[in-house]
Every structure is written in C-alpha cells, then in structure tokens.
Design a protein. Sequence first.
Length: 213
Amino acid sequence: MRIRSMTFLDLSTLHTLRLLLSAAFVSLLVACAPVRVKQNAATPAALAGQDAREAALAGKSRWTLEARIAVSGANGGSGDLTWHQDGDAYSFSVRGANGRTLRLSGDAEHALLEGVDAQAEVGRDPQALLRERLGAEVPFAALRRWALGLRVAGDPAQMQFDEKQLPAQLVQDGWTVEYLDWFGDLSPPLPKKVFATRGKDKVRLVVQSWSFD
C-alpha cells in the first residue's frame, strides 16, 4: 500500500477505467431514461411522513445494497454495485462486464481505492479519491443518505413528493435527486431508482435488493 500524489489522471488510469466501467453505460442510461414522476409540493403531512421515515431508518446503520450503477461526467461507465455499510465503515464494489472490480472501502477517517493501479490508493475523502483518480464525480457521503431516500442532516434541502407522499425529488448541495420508483412492500419503503444530477455529472442507481442486519 502506498500514499502518493493524486493531482492528475494518467493514461493508464483512464484505460483501466474504460475497461472496468464498460460500454454498457450508454445502454443502461437508455434503459433507465427518466420517466417523470408527478411531483407535488411538500405539504405538512408529506414532510411529517418524511420525518417518520428518517426516524425509522436512523437506527438501521448496517445494510447492503445490490444495484446497477451508471456514472457520467469526465469519464463514465456502468457496472454491478455491491455496497455494504456498517455505521461509518463501508465497502463499495463495482464489477464491470469484463469481470474486473473497482473497490472503495474505508470509514470516517480513511478511504482505500483498489482496482485502478497495481497498488491501492489511500486518502481521507472517498469522493476526492474518485474524482482525482477516475475523473468521476460521485457525491459518496451524501449518496449514502440519498440512496435511502433521506436528507443529509444539517444541509438545506428542498423536497417534492409523489402521490403516495414518498419523495419524488430532493434538491441538496447543488444536486437534484429524483426518485422514480420505490420498493413499496418494504417498511418503511425504500428507493428502487435513484437518479442524481448536477450539471453534466450524473449518478444513476437501479436497485435490485436491500438487506439490513
């Protein structure tokens, strides 16, 4: 393991990224093209329901998400995502069509990126590691909350809701997060399709399953 400067993106990294995050990115974006959900202004009842959802999920800090992920921006791609979260500890693994895997793991103090270079990259901020080594903008810390349909605590947020009073859109930290489908049979309901956009940067999750310890 080594720590080294990560101020530029070299050609070998770009090549590895393109191999890892396959050309299926385009087809995934087409297959997951947003079908707009009717959005209603936040009413006191809808906001109270959101508060109740967030309270119900507050104690569920150990979970696993299986999904398809697509990322656009300076470099984009797609793959099969397995995301384990255990409190502040996480393991975020994306497997490309060619079988190669990018893995981001760590906790509140450290981040480890494997699968880009022969040796792992170490840093403190997972979002910065992804940006500097892959040229991809993934709001990792916030996505941990948004994937569950929750607001990031302490940051101003604007919300709109669907006809079932579940979040349809969340605007926070410059990102617009759209919720296009939900697992309504779960209690509380959890998102199935999460599309986050900020300018040219896009992160799209199509969730196959949620599990909790």
